[in-house]
Design a protein around this ligand. Structure first.
Ligand SMILES: Nc1ncnc2c1ncn2[C@@H]1O[C@H](COP(=O)(O)OP(=O)(O)OP(=O)(O)O)[C@@H](O)[C@H]1O
Ligand SMILES: [Mg+2]
Length: 414
């Protein structure tokens, strides 16, 4: 049902570890080509939320300017990622009278637009209203009802929303950078669009994006995202655990984690010694060696806990069956050794590692799993954004909806 969008697309992932801006060109044949990438160590963002406006503004401007320079373009609007800030995913059912005529595109848009009004929590804002299943009178499980006749069109909608204050802070930060939010997209939804293949999205798959300050989850089924969630735990927590546990600096802990760390232990770990500079000691002053098993003994519980939290989230959403046994891991923190094996063990699924696909022009350094969300934002703009516009156009004028047009809402508030 999607109309393809062509031309320049600007995506911005404001992560807890890095802020990444991707400028890409979407062509008529659906191809996506990166024109410029800029990224900068994140400052002022924690677990997907702005905690220091000045620092976040500076890091964002640096990332955007670098991408603009490479692409030789100036941007005014960006597609942003919403990761932390309590992503919520709720299911609603609506019915629309059709009176025996043919179902058309306007009926579909009207039905989906209902999702924009059904967020009961006043401090939450709707990001996506997505169809899960259609029914025509008593016939269920219809994928595309257009062109079919019925008395009543039924639709089951997945409404993904986030804390309004979280979105407002992102908008305020971008406003300081003279940028508007074109549309805000749930982070794990974007990661899924970047990493998943069509068969996975159709048959059922769970994607987990393991970032620095958040771990986000999305479940796809029957061609669309049916659930999105997040937990405020990520790779930074592992690094802090190591720094505390081994009395070393955060920088050394990060280095040890990426070079020697593993979420799965091996018998050789007892014999292998790693050099750990103690915090505050001069380098080489007092060599301190610890067995690798000590390091891995700190890492494993944190990763295990993360996957247990994910499992609880999936179980409480009742998605165990629908999501099937397929799991895709992405995000910077998924690169830790042994994570794949531990995920398979705790979540009892078949795991593969995901990274951005079907987008050309990404350099080696920016094509890894840490860039999945940003690449997915571009894909969202190219393939799905017209749906959002359609839905918002379908909202009757004069209706005081909680969200009318995301852009206007944001402008109206700042
Ligand atoms: N090779 C590696 N091995 C282990 N961990 C790694 C590796 N490379 C990066 N990481 C970890 O990945 C995390 C950053 O991931 P990513 O860049 O996806 O985060 P982010 O998108 O900025 O944050 P968030 O999504 O939480 O807002 C850091 O905690 C870092 O330690
Ligand atoms: Mg991220």
């Amino acid at each position: 049902m999607n109309k393809k969008r062509t031309g320049l697309i600007a995506a911005l992932d404001m992560g807890s570890s890095k802020i990444c801006c991707l400028l890409a060109h979407s062509s008529n044949d659906g191809g996506l080509k990166v024109l410029g990438v800029g990224h900068h160590a994140s400052k002022g963002i924690r677990s997907g939320a702005v905690i220091d406006m000045d620092a976040a503004q500076h890091a964002t401007l640096t990332a955007i300017s670098a991408a603009e320079e490479l692409a030789n373009e100036t941007i005014r609007e960006v597609i942003v990622n919403v990761s932390g800030g309590y992503l919520s995913s709720e299911k609603f059912k609506f019915e629309l009278p059709i009176s025996g005529r043919e179902v058309n595109q306007t009926d579909i848009r009207r039905a989906l637009a209902q999702g924009n009004f059904c967020q009961r929590d006043t401090d939450y804002e709707v990001l996506h209203s997505l169809p899960m299943a259609y029914s025509l009178d008593a016939t269920k499980g219809i994928r595309d009802p257009r062109g079919m006749f019925a008395e009543t069109l039924g639709v089951e909608i997945n409404v993904i929303s986030t804390r309004a204050a979280n979105l407002r802070n992102l908008a305020a930060c971008l406003g300081r950078c003279h940028l508007d939010i074109e549309v805000a997209v749930a982070g794990p939804y974007a990661s899924g669009l970047a990493c998943l293949v069509e068969d996975e999205v159709d048959l059922g798959v769970t994607i987990i994006d393991m970032g620095g300050g958040t771990t986000t989850i999305a479940v796809f089924y029957d061609g669309e995202v049916v659930h999105a969630d997040s937990i405020p735990v990520g790779g930074h927590f592992v690094t802090s655990d190591i720094a505390r546990g081994l009395s070393t600096s955060v920088a050394h802990a990060e280095r040890m984690k990426t070079l020697y760390g593993s979420a799965i232990s091996s018998p050789a770990d007892e014999r292998e010694l790693i050099d750990v500079p103690l915090i505050g000691e001069e380098i080489n002053n007092q060599p301190n060696h610890v067995p690798r098993s000590l390091l891995n003994g700190i890492i494993r519980p944190r990763i295990e806990e993360t996957f247990e939290l994910v499992r609880n989230k999936l179980e409480s959403a009742g998605l165990d069956r629908i999501a099937g046994r397929r799991l895709v891991l992405t995000g910077g923190a998924s690169q830790l050794q042994g994570v794949r094996e531990l995920a398979a063990l705790v979540l009892e699924k078949q795991v593969r590692m995901g990274r951005p696909m079907r987008i050309s022009g990404l350099a080696e350094a920016t094509s890894g799993p840490a860039f999945s969300t940003c690449a997915g934002l571009v894909r969202f703009a190219a393939e799905k954004h017209s749906d959002v516009r359609d839905q918002l156009d379908a909202i009757p004028t004069g209706v005081s909806g909680r969200i009318s047009r995301i852009g206007n809402w944001l402008k109206g508030n700042f």
